[in-house]
Design a protein. Structure first.
Length: 441
């Protein structure tokens, strides 16, 4: 069946608990077993494939092992390509990281992996370190400032050279000794932070909710320079992280502005605006850039909530192509292709050189499709061992083929998953909304 003619379809899979030891990312098709089925796809589709014949034959580099996932999005440029994980993948361990999402605070920080440990930040400002092989807790520390009683929400972690850097909703960046959890320094900034820091070559880059970027010295937290975007009164929940490669840091703001700055002094190299001319009402009109930008081989890929995906030349700022596709999840660069989830819950593969759509798979949009209620948010994708791995806010863990978008496997988790997983040491680490950290190896 040709890609241009392939229709959306619904796959019914066995609903296994997150604690079950099964290769839910599946390589081989097995006869169906008795049990409750769950739908992971929807019947809606808006985008359509644009290539045909040999153009749709996606070729990816072979998967490679990675020992670390040192910051949100992987490395500082957020381009992880094709990682290697176990085959089959089975649950290795599960540990609680503390407080999960609740009415007062949202769990937003992606786990990171470095030096054989997994580091987490819960919704109550507790940082924990776990043994990446066994899940045993190594240490924990509460980084709440003294005399602080406001609700903590947002922030994230990054690692470099034995230090952890934590951005917080308390308008502070905190540095810890990664081996012991000892506080090394604190730095107060202009406002709270919702997204994780990005660290590169002794500099820590953070974005505050008032659209300021601050570059700090990793050694002592001193502010080296700051950059101001346009302040916004409304934005999406959560935050994003800068992307750094070479001497350039690419900074996204909730105003829809995208800046390329010099890492040594913060001077502007070029800027872009990620919003289409066609605007809609309500939340869809927000110009927020919620997804982390990617820097890959001299190109910047960025997607905004207001229906614009762009590819930009890193050196000159020249727009190479653009598409009217919006999203809040970071695209994934794999070889010469981009994989992403659109605002319409479409899993999409595009040719990274041209922006043309190769395949589209419509994911479930609503918990109740008939009544169109209970909007579902999908997190991901990540590319590992010839699988695109996604997770959903209604507790579905799904793997798709990166070559044609078909479903390889799915499992029902114990709770919703709103944060993309991390991959390191041949394992996939999921964090549920109830603050359970689960390792599949």
């Amino acid at each position: 069946m040709g890609m241009n003619r392939r229709l959306s379809w619904v796959v019914m899979v066995i609903a296994l608990g997150l604690g079950a030891c099964s290769d839910w990312l599946g390589e081989k098709e097995e006869p169906p077993l008795p049990g409750k089925r769950i739908s992971v796809l929807s019947s809606e589709r808006i985008l359509a494939p644009e290539l045909s014949g040999d153009q749709v034959a996606i070729k990816l580099p072979p998967p490679e092992p990675n020992d670390d996932w040192p910051q949100a999005g992987g490395y500082s440029n957020h381009a992880m390509h094709h990682m290697e994980v176990g085959d089959p993948l089975m649950r290795a361990w599960r540990s609680s990281i503390g407080e999960g999402s609740n009415k007062r605070a949202k769990l937003l920080a992606q786990p990171i992996v470095a030096d054989g440990r997994v580091f987490t930040l819960d919704s109550a400002a507790e940082v924990r370190a776990f043994d990446a092989r066994t899940g045993a807790k190594v240490w924990s520390v509460d980084i709440t400032p003294k005399n602080e009683d406001d609700t903590f929400s947002g922030g994230g972690l990054a690692y470099e050279d034995g230090q952890l850097f934590i951005s917080t909703g308390f308008a502070q960046v905190v540095s810890l000794d990664a081996a012991t959890g000892q506080v090394l320094w604190r730095q107060a900034l202009s406002g709270p932070m919702r997204g994780a820091p990005t660290v590169r070559a002794g500099r820590v880059f953070v974005i505050t909710v008032d659209n300021q970027t601050h570059a700090l010295a990793a050694e002592d937290g001193a502010v080296l320079w700051s950059h101001q975007g346009i302040a916004e009164t409304a934005s999406l929940l959560g935050g994003t992280s800068p992307a750094v490669d070479g001497n350039v840091v690419v900074v996204p703001y909730s105003s829809g502005e995208l800046f390329a700055l010099r890492i040594d002094n913060g001077s502007v190299l070029w800027s872009e605006q990620l919003a289409t001319v066609r605007r809609t009402e309500g939340a869809a009109a927000l110009t927020d850039i919620r997804a982390r930008p990617i820097i890959d081989r001299g190109r910047v890929y960025a997607i905004g909530h207001a229906d614009l995906l762009v590819a930009i030349d890193l050196r000159t700022g020249r727009r190479l192509w653009d598409r009217e596709i919006g999203g809040i999840q970071s695209p994934w660069a794999g070889g010469d292709y981009l994989f992403l989830i659109s605002n319409n819950n479409e899993a999409v593969a595009l040719d990274a050189k041209t922006g043309k759509v190769v395949w589209v798979t419509q994911l479930q949009m609503w918990e109740d499709e008939e009544d169109r209620s209970g909007r579902i948010i999908w997190a991901g994708p990540i590319l590992a061992s010839d699988r695109l791995i996604l997770a959903s806010s209604n507790g579905k863990l799904v793997s798709l083929s990166p070559y044609n978008g078909t479903v390889l496997g799915a499992e029902e988790a114990s709770d919703g998953v709103s944060i993309p997983p991390a991959v390191a040491l041949g394992a996939v680490y999921f964090l549920t909304d109830e603050a359970d950290l689960v390792a599949y190896r």
